[in-house]
Unconditional design. Structure first.
Ligand code: GLN
Length: 487
């Protein structure tokens, strides 16, 4: 019944709502697919054993004459850093082994209110720190287009789940690119909404002023469907913004006449693979022009400081946020303890992986007396300058088109011993987080080796709909997003 790549979430929800399809059948079909494919991908680290029961409850609700919500029966994978009541949630870290939160993240409640079917937790870099999904306590995730390669990170499991047809929708979190970069490397769509658009309540904090939850999907309409359910004000998140939410499914534009799309010359030169550059020029810019868009060069002069500012802010906030994992309150405690200090030191030393420890050390250093002004404070000033660049650019354009990642998916292990190389994977994505702006990555073609290439639109604040509309019209005029991995 289901073609895993062609059946959209919109279609599943519509048919389950009308009673044409049974949520139980949909669930079983995807569970069989996961059973068959997940071993070679490691995208899901946990599949709930009550999925069929939950699906039955959705069917029963309908059979009892109650209307179903907008995500009726749609299987959804959740990144392992979003709390689900009484379900293991570990941010793929040993330090949270055995941790079952006593409450749901707001996004989980919202999905359940709309009768979405959460099927399990997806793999990720430990505490969302990474660009390759190699730092997970549960092992690396494999890219379905070439299983010797990384899927990107940190939401690699959620990207692969959609790319490989294990689920039509998933959620990721994006602190510096962790939704958009793996989406690009796995050939799917991934969106980071504006900071404050989706509640962070119940998201295990990495860098609180940068983190944002967003959807992975194959089709822009499916991303819109999920965003419709999870976006909106939440009084449990003090950074949540109380403004009206549009219906993201109203993707009605049929032409780009009058639209102005900015391109950043410096983003298209040094450091970018020439294959990605030509693919974006030929497959995206030309299509946008043919649909009537005007392409305008804009400048983001401070973006060259983005990586440096990002890794200062992110590690500083992480060092504070991860202070709560002390061997007492949550999850893992070392067995090698004899006093309070050894509980802290040994639980943290044994519970955190090397990348997380590196970042806690970096962040603690940059916040320390004598260095704070020099590093953290300066980074926050750079952040403002980056935002000012965007404010100027958006006076002249409706959206900005850039690459998502400087390279296609690289081989596993290739950058593990060189953190700076790894950090540069985020060069085109971190500025959105530093400035709070929304970004969407979508597939726009393939390399000679058959690896997906992503392009990114950045929008003005709360212009998620603009981004979804742009990708939607692009999808109608190209077929790259329909190419799927051969697994
Ligand atoms: N790769 C970046 C980092 O390691 C971004 C991670 C993220 O967005 N969570 O910090």
């Amino acid at each position: 019944m289901i073609d895993f790549y062609k059946t959209s979430a919109v279609e599943i929800a519509k048919n389950v709502k009308s009673g044409e399809w049974k949520a139980v059948d949909i669930a079983q079909t995807y569970l069989d697919r996961i059973n068959d494919k997940n071993k070679s991908l490691n995208a899901f680290i946990r599949i709930y054993d009550d999925v069929i029961e939950s699906a039955q409850a959705i069917d029963d609700k309908r059979n009892n004459g109650k209307p179903l919500g907008n995500l009726a029966g749609v299987p959804i994978g959740i990144k392992d850093n979003m709390c689900e009541k009484n379900r293991l949630t570990t941010a793929c870290s040993k330090i949270l082994s055995g941790y079952k939160p006593p409450y749901n993240a707001t996004v989980i409640d919202k999905i359940e209110q709309q009768d979405g079917l959460i099927i399990g937790k997806t793999n990720m870099d430990e505490f969302a720190m990474g660009s390759s999904n190699e730092t997970s306590f549960y092992g690396a995730v494999n890219n379905p287009f070439d299983t010797d390669r990384i899927p990107g990170g940190s939401s690699g499991g959620s990207a692969v789940a959609v790319s490989a047809g294990l689920t039509p929708l998933s959620l990721g979190s994006d602190t510096g690119g962790s939704i958009r970069q793996p989406a690009a490397l796995c050939g799917v769509l991934g969106m980071k909404p504006t900071y404050g658009r989706v509640s962070r309540y119940g998201l295990m904090a990495y860098s609180s002023s940068l983190d944002q939850i967003g959807p992975f999907a194959r089709y822009s309409e499916d991303a819109a469907l999920l965003l419709n359910s999870i976006a909106g004000y939440d009084n449990k998140d003090s950074s949540s913004v109380d403004i009206e939410k549009p219906d993201y499914l109203e993707n009605k534009i049929t032409s780009l006449k009058g639209k102005k799309i900015g391109i950043v010359r410096s983003f298209m030169d040094e450091g970018l693979s020439t294959e990605i550059k030509t693919t974006i020029e030929n497959n995206v810019i030309d299509v946008l022009k043919s649909l009537g868009a005007e392409i305008i060069e804009v400048e983001l002069p401070h973006s060259k400081f983005g990586i440096a500012a990002y890794y200062l802010v992110a590690t500083a906030e992480a060092s504070s946020n991860l202070g709560r994992y002390d061997g007492i309150h949550y999850g893992f405690r070392s067995e090698n303890i004899n006093d309070l200090e050894s509980i802290y030191v040994n639980s943290r030393s044994e519970g955190f992986g090397p990348e997380v420890i590196r970042r806690i050390l970096l962040g603690t250093f940059s916040l320390s007396a004598g260095y704070y002004e020099e590093y953290y404070n300066k980074a926050t000033k750079v952040r403002r300058l980056i935002l000012n660049d965007y404010i100027s650019a958006f006076k002249n354009v409706d959206a900005i088109l850039t690459p998502t990642s400087p390279t296609c998916a690289f081989k596993k292990g290739e950058k593990s011993s060189n953190p700076i190389e790894m950090y540069l994977s985020d060069i085109y994505t971190v500025c959105n987080n530093l400035s709070g702006l929304p970004g969407i990555s979508f597939n726009c073609g393939f390399s000679k080796e058959g690896l997906p290439i992503g392009a990114q639109f950045t929008g003005n604040v709360f212009e998620e709909n603009e981004l979804l509309q742009l990708v939607n019209i692009f999808e109608k005029n190209s077929s790259h997003h329909l190419t799927t991995p051969n697994i």
